[in-house]
Design a protein around this ligand. Structure first.
Ligand code: PNS
Length: 169
């Protein structure tokens, strides 16, 4: 069985992520979407909340499962015996960071091949940070995230906006 791992912060999952997960699910026998820890970021949602969002958004995709991991992704790949790490690439600005991570993951685990899927043009400028910024200002995020998670996102960002210690990172 060819298993792919699709790691990310998913804080929160967007139409861009959903598109990459959908397409990966047609290329591999099984896709494990893994909510990982990115030490450079301060998430707005707990890992448990992000998992629930992902479960709602991928409901109906039979070969997709959601998991969480707080270690190196190369180790996770080893643990589940995956053959690929799937990442979405938006613009040139993503490339250097993703290229660096792909090389590091390959050095850490010879079997951790990274497969890049180019984003769909409509999701080119979409990111979780943009979604959080718009929601923090009370803007309309319906063009960016699936309807089933909109209310939860709006409520959390309104709450965080009123927290003097919160910064979007
Ligand atoms: O969605 P993000 O924040 O761009 O995802 C980055 C993420 C979470 C995939 C990356 O930070 C990650 O893989 N974290 C786990 C630690 C790790 O394995 N880092 C790669 C070695 S350079």
């Amino acid at each position: 069985m060819r298993i792919a791992v699709c790691p990310g912060s998913f804080d929160p999952v967007t139409f861009g992520h959903r598109d990459i997960i959908n397409r990966a699910s047609t290329l591999f026998d099984k896709v494990i979407v893994v909510v990982t820890v990115n030490l450079n970021k301060k998430p707005a949602f707990t890992a448990a909340e992000r998992i629930v969002f992902l479960e709602k958004v991928t409901a109906g995709l039979e070969n997709v499962v959601i998991d969480t991991w707080d270690g190196l992704i190369s180790e996770y790949v080893r643990t589940v015996n995956a053959c690929a790490i799937v990442k979405g690439l938006r613009a040139v600005s993503d490339f250097e960071y993703e290229f660096q991570m792909a090389l590091a993951n390959k050095l850490l685990n010879e079997n951790a091949e990274t497969v890049f899927l180019t984003t769909s043009s409509e999701n080119m400028y979409l990111s979780s940070s943009v979604v959080k910024h718009i929601a923090a200002y009370g803007g309309d995020i319906s063009a960016f995230v699936p309807k089933v998670i909109i209310k939860d996102i709006e409520e959390r960002l309104e709450q965080l906006r009123n927290d003097p210690n919160f910064v979007l990172k």
